[in-house]
Design a protein around this ligand. Structure first.
Ligand code: PLP
Ligand SMILES: N[C@@H](CCSC[C@H](N)C(=O)O)C(=O)O
Length: 451
C-alpha cells in the first residue's frame, strides 16, 4: 500500500498519489479493463451492449468466477494473501475491499444508472458517509417531513459539527429557493416523504440548486421508491442513497445501505470514508443483498398492486389515506412525472389515537413493526415508533398526526390483507356499521388542499 497519507478530504498530500492506494489495490477489478477503484463502472455485462429492461438487468449478472459459479461466492475472509512482498494484489483487507461486496456494488451501479455504487452497513451508515463530505459552517437544506433517523443525524451534525440545517417544506420549491445561498453545501430530499407521503419535485429543485450554487450537492434518499420506480440521478441528483434494509433486500434479514453517484471524485471521497471508518457491507450481507435484489421487480409489482387495492379500500370506506397511487393525492401528477409507480407504503388517519392503537393491535397478518419494503405486511404508528426520535413539539410543528397509521404492504394475498384490515377496523371501533357496509367514524377522506 502507498505510504502517502490521505488528508481528511480523501485526497493525498502528494497530488497524483490521491487515488494511488486504491488503484494499486484494485487494479484489474473492472471487468471492462478499466484501472479504477472497486465498482467504478456500470456492472457487467460490458458497457456498449444492449440495455435490457430493469427486471432483466436485476437478474442478469456476470462474473469471472474461476468455476463459473451462478451466484457470487461469499468471500468470508478478512485478509487476502499477496503474491509478492510489495503487496498490490486486487484485494488485501475486507475493510478496504472484498470481491463479494465489489460484485454487489457493480451490480447496484448498473441498476441505479450510476458509474459508482458503494455498499455500507445500513441506510443511516450511507447518510453518515455522505454527510462527512460537509465541513463546519456548511449549510444543509432538507425537508420538514423526514425519516426520524435522518432527522436525528442532522440534529447531531447541527449540535456537534457546526453544520447549519434548514428544515423547510421541500414540497414547495419556492421555500427551498428562499434558503439557497453560497453556503449551501447539500440539499437532502426524500420522496415520497416518510410518513406523510408528500411528493418532492426533484428535477425542479435540483435545477434551482445547481443554478444558484454549482458546488451544492443534491442528495436524494430513494428508499421509499427503490431503483425500480425512480432514478434520482436521472432527475438531476448528484448522489442517491437507499436503505438496503428495505426493498432492495426485501426480506428484513439484513441491514444495508447503498450510495450511488456519477462523479468519480465524489465516489473516491466517499470510498475514502468507508475504508477509513470501516462501515463497508460485510461479505455475507453483500451476498444476501445481491440475492434479494434479483427479485426486486416481482416483489415491487405485487407489493404495489396490493397497496393500491388496500388504499382504495380504505378510501372507499371514508378514511383519510395518503398514497400516490390514489387520484385524490394532491400531488398525483407530480409523483407520476418523476416515478414509475406508487410504491407500497401508505398512511391513513382515524381521527383518534386510541382507535389507531386498537387497529394496530387487532391486526394479525400485519406485523407491528418499523421498516418497510419486506415481503411481509407491516403496521405501525410512526409517531410512536419509526419517528419517535422526533420530539413531540417538532412533530406537532410539522403537522404529523399522532393517530397516523402506516401500512407497509407485502406480497400476501390481497383479499386476505383486506379481510384482516376490515376485521381490525371493526374490532377497534373505527367504523360505523350500516346495512350498506361500514364507514370511517372519526375522519374524512383527504381533500386536495390538505397535504
Ligand atoms: C426513508 C429512510 N431512509 C433511511 C433509513 C435508514 O435506513 P437503515 O434503517 O437501513 O439505517 C430509513 C429507515 O430506517 C428510512 O425509512
Ligand atoms: N428504533 C429505530 C427505528 C427505526 S425506523 C425504521 C424505518 N426507517 C421506518 O421508517 O420504519 C431508530 O431509532 O432508528
Amino acid at each position: 500500500m502507498s505510504s502517502s497519507a490521505p488528508d481528511n478530504n480523501g485526497s493525498s498530500s502528494s497530488g497524483d498519489d490521491a487515488t494511488k492506494p486504491i488503484n494499486k489495490a484494485f487494479a484489474k477489478v473492472d471487468l471492462d479493463g478499466h484501472n479504477l477503484p472497486p465498482s467504478p463502472a456500470p456492472s457487467s455485462p460490458s458497457a456498449g451492449r444492449r440495455r435490457y429492461a430493469l427486471a432483466t438487468e436485476l437478474v442478469y449478472t456476470d462474473s469471472k468466477d474461476q468455476y463459473g459459479a451462478s451466484s457470487i461466492p461469499i468471500y468470508q475472509s478478512a485478509t487476502f494473501k499477496q503474491t509478492s512482498a510489495a503487496g498490490g494484489n486486487e484485494y488485501d483487507y475486507t475493510r478496504s475491499g472484498n470481491p463479494t461486496r465489489t460484485h454487489l456494488e457493480r451490480h447496484m451501479a448498473k441498476i441505479m444508472n450510476a458509474t459508482r455504487a458503494l455498499a455500507v452497513g445500513s441506510g443511516m451508515g450511507a447518510l453518515d458517509v455522505i454527510t462527512r463530505l460537509l465541513r463546519p459552517g456548511d449549510e444543509v437544506i432538507t425537508g420538514n417531513d423526514l425519516y426520524g433517523g435522518t432527522n436525528r443525524l442532522l440534529a447531531y451534525l447541527s449540535s456537534n459539527q457546526g453544520i447549519v440545517v434548514h428544515h423547510v417544506d421541500t414540497t414547495n420549491v419556492e421555500r427551498v429557493r428562499e434558503v439557497i445561498s453560497d453556503k449551501t453545501a447539500m440539499v437532502l430530499l426524500e420522496t415520497p416523504t416518510n410518513p406523510l407521503i408528500k411528493i418532492v419535485d426533484i428535477p425542479t429543485i435540483a435545477k434551482s440548486v445547481h443554478d444558484a450554487n454549482s458546488k451544492a450537492l443534491v442528495v436524494v434518499d430513494n428508499t421509499m421508491l427503490s431503483p425500480m420506480l425512480c432514478n434520482p440521478l436521472e432527475l438531476g441528483a448528484d448522489v442517491v442513497y437507499e436503505s438496503g434494509t428495505k426493498y432492495l433486500s426485501g426480506h428484513h434479514d439484513i441491514m444495508a445501505g447503498i450510495i450511488a453517484c456519477n462523479d468519480p471524485a465524489l465516489g473516491d471521497k466517499m470510498y475514502f470514508t468507508i475504508n477509513s471508518t470501516g462501515c463497508g457491507l460485510s461479505p455475507n450481507d453483500s451476498f444476501l443483498l445481491m440475492r434479494g435484489v434479483k427479485t426486486l421487480a416481482i416483489r415491487m409489482e405485487k407489493q404495489e398492486a396490493n397497496a393500491q387495492m388496500i388504499a382504495e379500500f380504505l378510501e372507499s370506506h371514508g378514511f383519510r389515506v395518503r398514497y400516490p397511487g390514489l387520484k385524490s393525492h394532491p400531488q398525483y401528477d407530480l409523483h407520476w412525472s418523476i416515478a414509475r409507480g406508487a410504491g407500497a407504503v401508505l398512511s391513513f388517519e382515524t381521527g383518534d389515537i386510541a382507535v389507531s392503537e386498537r387497529i394496530v393491535e387487532a391486526a394479525r397478518l400485519y406485523g407491528i413493526s418499523v421498516s418497510f419494503g419486506c415481503v411481509n405486511s407491516l403496521i405501525s404508528m410512526p409517531c410512536r415508533m419509526s419517528h419517535a426520535s422526533i420530539d413531540a413539539k417538532t412533530r406537532e410543528e410539522r403537522q404529523m398526526p399522532e393517530d397516523l397509521i402506516r401500512l407497509c404492504i407485502g406480497i400476501e394475498d390481497a383479499q386476505d390483507l383486506i379481510d384482516d384490515l376490515s376485521r381490525s377496523l371493526v374490532q377497534a371501533g373505527a367504523v360505523t356499521i350500516t346495512l350498506d357496509g361500514f364507514y370511517a367514524t372519526g375522519t374524512t377522506p383527504l381533500s386536495a388542499d390538505s397535504v
